[in-house]
Design a protein around this ligand. Structure first.
Ligand SMILES: [Zn+2]
Ligand SMILES: [Zn+2]
Ligand SMILES: [Zn+2]
Ligand SMILES: [Zn+2]
Ligand SMILES: [Zn+2]
Ligand SMILES: [Zn+2]
Length: 252
């Protein structure tokens, strides 16, 4: 028999990822605005001074103006980005984004379909799209927060979780399923709160709390784990000889 020490698996914190910024309804530089730029030009002002000038196209670097076709712009973190309509393409599928909503992911515009299917992906539990909600990320898997539940009791796993056997567990279900039972008192052998290590005495296939690994008769814990085995019970040396002596006397 020996003292065994096992470690609990990592119990990481799931990360709650906010949804990427959805920039709905970008500003279309329509003909009205372009007409205004034209008027201002006639008054002899330069492009840069025009309030309607949307800047240079992020893709082709040409100014987004009437003569190069109407464009669009959006503002992110106070910085204005301008594109010609034909230049405003999805970073994934490269198709022009002609919806009035798009997603910015890593500062690049994405169409709705690509963003939802390729960037967000689907919930590992219900296989539904993760769009429009916060996403719970655990390891390489993503979930709706309501779908990230304990394998056994189905409670939402908001704080720490345990991952074992390809499933996620709350602390109490994990303990019921995976912590060893003490063969003497029948209770779970709990890990140390600070080190998360489980220390126990292992004797063949049986496991004990250190304090429970004690003589059957006098209940004293064994010195240096020295125990004597008799009829499936463990005794200290004194009690062992007392039992044997009693047996011999009974037989005589
Ligand atoms: Zn362009
Ligand atoms: Zn796309
Ligand atoms: Zn789900
Ligand atoms: Zn549970
Ligand atoms: Zn015990
Ligand atoms: Zn004893």
């Amino acid at each position: 028999m020996h003292i065994a020490s096992i470690s609990l698996p990592e119990s990481p914190q799931p990360t709650l990822n906010a949804v990427d910024k959805l920039l709905a309804f970008f500003v279309l530089v329509g003909m009205d605005a372009l007409d205004k730029i034209h008027q201002n030009l006639l008054q002899g002002l330069s492009f840069a001074d025009q309030t309607d000038f949307k800047g240079h196209c992020e893709k082709c670097d040409k100014p987004v103006l009437n003569d190069t076709g109407p464009g669009l712009s959006y503002t992110q973190d106070g910085i204005q980005h301008a594109y010609h309509r034909k230049c405003f393409t999805c970073a994934e599928c490269r198709k022009p984004i002609d919806d009035t909503s798009f997603y910015l992911h890593l500062e690049k515009p994405h169409c709705k379909v690509c963003y939802e299917e390729r960037i967000l992906g689907r919930c590992a539990a219900c296989d539904e799209s993760l769009s429009g909600t916060a996403t719970m990320k655990a390891g390489s898997k993503k979930f709706h927060p309501k779908c990230f539940v304990c394998e056994k009791c189905k409670a939402e796993l908001q704080g720490r979780y345990f991952e074992k056997d390809d499933a996620f567990w709350c602390r109490s279900c994990y303990e019921v399923n995976y912590l060893p039972d003490c063969d003497a008192c029948g209770k779970k052998i709990q890990p140390d709160e600070t080190t998360s290590k489980i220390t126990m005495v292992q004797c063949k296939d049986k496991k004990y709390h250190q304090g429970c690994f004690a003589c059957k008769d006098c209940r004293k814990p064994f010195d240096e784990l020295k125990a004597l085995h008799h009829k499936d019970e463990l005794y200290c040396q004194d009690c062992y000889f007392a039992v044997i002596k009693a047996m011999e006397e009974a037989a005589a």
